[in-house]
Design a protein around this ligand. Sequence first.
Ligand code: SF4
Length: 732
Amino acid sequence: MSKVIASAVIRGSHKVFRQAEELMQKVIAEKGEEHEFEFPDTAFYLPLIYGMTKFQVKTLKDMKEALMMTRELLHEEPGGEVWTPYLGEALDSGMATLFAEEIWLALRYIEGEEPMKDPETGYVYNGFITDTVQRNLGIQLVDGRMPGFAAIIGAAPDEDTAVRIVRELQEKNILVFLSGQSNGDSVTKQLLRKNIELGWDVYIVPLGPKTEHTLYALDWAIRASMIFGGMKPGDVKGNLLYQKERVFAFALPLGPLDDVKWATGAGAINMGFPAICDTDVPVIHPTGVCTYEEVEKEFDHDKIVQRAIEVRGLKILIDKPPIPIAYGSAFEGERIRKEDTFIEFGGTRTAAFELVRLRELEDIEDGKIEIVGEDWEKRFEAGGQMPLGILVEVAGRKMQSDFIPILERRLHSNINEGQGIWHMGQRDLPWIRISNGARQAGFGLEDIAKIHHAMSHKRFSAIVDKVQVTLFTTEEDVVKWREDARAEWKERDERLASLVDETVDTFYSCLLCQSFAPSHVCVITPERLGLCGAYNWLDGKAAYEIDPTGGNQPIPKGQLLDPKYGRYSGVDEYLKQASGGAVETLNLYTIMENPMTSCGCFECIVVIIPEANGVMLVQRGHTAMTPIGMKFSTLAGTVGGGMQTPGFMGVGVNFITSKKFLAGDGGLKRIVWMTKALKERVKDKFEELAEAAGVPDLLDKIADETICEDSEKLVEYLTKVGHPALEMESII
Ligand code: SF4
């Protein structure tokens, strides 16, 4: 390693350590050593220190002890006569820097100084990244929609360059974290001056204006190995290797580097994350700690993103529709305000529909696009509102009618992934907005059809051979076609409702989360969707047709060994092999004995409450206490990592209203507490099922956070309302 770099790293580590030490003395003097602290919504204490040392920092006294441990990692700067080796010392100093930064930022939280607000613009930075955000994004990381993340530290030479770099990363769906500054400026400020939308929805997350704020990105990275990978806190080698092999991150330090930037960078190198600089720095080329080079330079800002992708070894697959705007899932969360809208369709404003229809191969022409009625070009010089019916006709040798709803569901993302165009709703209630920006870039009505043609082919290449798109723009046509479509949806819904576990002979696995949780397998049945809520049985079936060697494999059910708990010989056989021997047997319809494993992406958690003889349900994003005495974030730490945990289970929200939900344990009547938000979400279907189970008022008898948040009051409430769980046989 370069002596220049090693010396800078060591100097930087001492500087950051002193900074943390000084602030600690001040905060302890103010609050006392017993003062408790936790970062917002996390079950991982100070995540980096916890991941590396297993030490749980809960109070200022603990923080002081953690700082003592940090001191042991510090080294003296190499003397004039010492030339080699420096690598071990520099890496230790890098890790010490991250520990000290984590403590310093925690202390700033106690002082009310985080997350920071920019004094000039009033912009409030993100600060610490919560477990909820991490779990929400987990699914995009595992299914490849988000191939990695970049930490940009400093400022680009000018605003236009900053925009170009960030746009290129967005188009490649790489999540961008921003921190630090150079020469008093930063990429965050440069983007704000150019009115670029920032935030999680558009994959650009400003963490804070100092280099030390980069630590929040590394805190997020280290939690991935514990949340999704099942790595144990304190397993230094396991956690660091997981980072190197599965978390595709890199740093782009823009502008001159100081000692703190070098020291933070050395910490990131420990995790296998390389840095690609735009200044003339010494480079580190030997591979080992990182996959390829550790420090590299690239002066051409038009090439720096590509160079970073090569150095980190990222695989990026981009297939953009032939349209004049940028395209990628990073634009999916972009909002278009009314004043920025050129034209809109549907919503409550005009009649609209979107229908995918199955056709025979000889009946349609691939790539044919037709606009029936006037194009907006003729009618709207200055924008406005107009009706729009979208008919996407598809055909393919391997196409089946069961796949049509899946293609139709993707029409939403097809449109939403365009920069400057926005979509919500589906079927007879879509709502589309085209922004002035997209219009100025040359986007036209026909481009909507081009997107659906290209993306239906791309996403479903193995089952789709032909796609023809027709757009209807007169009120009369749209209303007429919408009526036909409604009849088609009704028939389709009735057919899908008749699909139950007993009527199929094959279930499907989903192994996508194995990239994070190597022993986790979702077993997806017609009546039990994947625990992330994103994949149902039809998705699994279609995905297998599309890619027979991919993450969704058929599981022949085999013999039904236990009808009550839902145990099948074929499922057990498959699981032994697919979980690498970690799971021997699975019961699909119970939480009590050999339940499904959980990765980290579950939409909600089911947990047994023995004293209430039932279970409670809490969803991701609920930050308050639950009757089990744990918040969602703590519970999630207990459930994840690909382990079977009797009494605890991650599930998708729609599974709650399946007839198979805990069928072996007594079904819906076992639910004694669930959050108000969940109650609202499942209300209609739940009430239908409760009525059929002979307890029409069950939802009212289930407690929520407005009734109680502890088990004693819960039992009191259940007794008062006569909840059926109290009369059922013991759940244990
Ligand atoms: S279905 Fe299961 S394995 Fe697949 S992405 Fe969702 S949670 Fe992960």
